[in-house]
Design a protein around this ligand. Structure first.
Ligand code: ATP
Ligand code: MG
Length: 425
């Protein structure tokens, strides 16, 4: 006896009707990105490991413990894409996009991270994100935040909160680093092992720690506000003014630092109370040094990544999962002869209607066919039985209004035209 094979831990199968929700969100995202002038980038699902070590940073959760890395048969170290920013920048550099001026790029697709699976945390997850490359000013920060926020706003997610912060630049970050070191060092022994290890290399990362041992020291840590240089403060103030001007609510949260090494100045997260402990649905910010660190020109960039699974969870919590309206038509042929007549009619309907057309091909009673129509969520049934065949007609039953009307049985074309005329599109 062989045991059943199941999906790998931390992965999910997305089946109908849930997959229709994914499709709806995906098409909303493609439309939104288009309206903001962003073009889609698709990169390979795997890249050379080096790209993520350099582009994400060694002292990060992703590179330290979450990558799916393996050696391929040609002895290369390969990693399944754990995030999209480095691959998108790699592709843009490889194809010389930055030589053509500023770039507005977006992506949507899977990421792979070896994490402990739990609600809202998977080993294969999906992200939508954008990269706006080539603009150093706060207008670009505003643009990407507005794009992410538009998705929240149009889906009426009321409990989502935009948190913003600034983590400075090369001028003021060293001062903040010193301030953090001075703050944490006396408590070194009480910190989590991970934070002890990270303190000297990247004290900012400690602010990101979710470990309860670190919590009290994180809470009392100095904020960046106190050390921001004039240029960074100006940038941050301008961003806040822009957000107010276009009516996007936000809170300034000095504990937002983002996990990746390459951020500069603006960082932001969209957080929802409805998500429990995995509460961040979207994280992003400015990373002016990244492209250069990958061997490219010194171009500024700002972007975000948004978790599709968490966004759908947020939609569920917001209760916007309204019962979908019935749509489409189920052809019901009772008996071989009726079925033979219906098949070309179904083919014609599928050409003409923008809605689903269903038909079951087995010999069953009318009731069983209508149950199938209900399961499919069909609005209409187009019924052909022996009586109707004899009379040369079909019954078009409105399954919602529970009313029948009779159509003349003709060619597929004629019937399709009659169905369209009866109110279907
Ligand atoms: P977290 O702090 O929750 O681990 P992160 O900082 O690692 O998040 P990012 O790398 O910034 O997350 O990714 C952006 C978004 O992608 C997250 O806010 C989240 O919505 C989603 N995401 C990241 N990792 C996962 C995962 N393992 N499972 C599901 N969604 C994820
Ligand atoms: Mg993470």
């Amino acid at each position: 006896m062989s045991s059943k094979i199941t999906a790998p831990r931390g992965t999910q199968d997305i089946l109908p009707p849930q997959s229709a929700r994914w499709q709806a969100l995906e098409s909303q995202i493609h439309g939104l990105a288009r309206r903001f002038g962003y073009g889609e980038v698709r990169t390979p699902m795997f890249e050379s490991t080096e790209l993520f070590v350099r582009g994400v940073g060694e002292a990060t959760d992703i590179v330290e413990k979450e990558m799916y890395t393996f050696t391929d048969k040609g002895d290369r170290s390969i990693t399944l894409r754990p995030e999209w920013t480095a691959p998108v920048m790699r592709a843009a550099l490889e194809h010389n996009l930055f030589a053509q001026g500023p770039q507005r790029l977006y992506y949507i697709g899977p990421i792979f991270r070896y994490e402990r699976p739990q609600k809202g945390r998977y080993r294969q997850a999906h992200q939508f994100g954008v990269e706006c490359v080539g603009f150093a000013g706060p207008e670009a920060d505003l643009e990407v935040i507005a794009l992410a926020w538009e998705l929240v706003r149009t889906n009426a997610i009321d409990d989502a909160v935009l948190n913003i912060n600034s983590i400075g630049d090369d001028v003021c970050r060293p001062h903040y680093r010193e301030a953090l070191l001075a703050h944490f060092r006396p408590h070194l022994a009480s910190l989590s092992a991970e934070s002890q290890r990270r303190l000297e290399r990247n004290p900012l990362r400690l602010l990101d720690s979710k470990d309860p041992h670190d919590r009290p020291y994180v809470e009392s840590a100095p904020t960046f506000e106190s050390v921001l240089c004039d240029a960074c403060r100006e940038h941050f103030d301008a961003l806040k003014a822009y957000l107010i001007a276009i009516g996007i609510p936000f809170v300034v949260n000095p504990r937002i630092v983002r996990g990746l090494d390459y951020y500069t100045r603006t960082v932001f997260e969209i957080i929802s109370g409805a998500l429990g402990s995995q509460s961040t649905v979207c994280g992003g910010g400015r990373y002016d040094g990244l492209v250069a660190s990958l061997g490219g020109p010194d171009v500024p960039a700002v972007g975000f990544g948004l978790g599709i699974e968490r966004f759908l969870m947020m939609l569920d919590a917001a209760g916007s999962q309204a019962e979908p309206a019935r749509s489409g038509i189920q052809a019901v042929g009772l008996g071989v002869q009726a079925r033979t007549v219906l098949v070309p009619i179904v083919a014609e309907l599928r050409r003409r209607l923008g809605q689903p057309v269903y038909m079951d091909f087995d010999d069953r009673k009318l009731l069983a066919h209508l149950k199938s129509a209900d399961r499919n969520g069909a609005r209409y049934a187009l019924i052909l039985g022996t009586d109707e065949l004899a009379k040369g007609e079909l019954i078009l039953r409105d399954l919602e209004a529970r009313s029948d009307r009779r159509l003349a049985l003709g060619s597929g074309r004629d019937v399709a035209a009659a169905v369209v005329e009866a109110g279907m599109r």
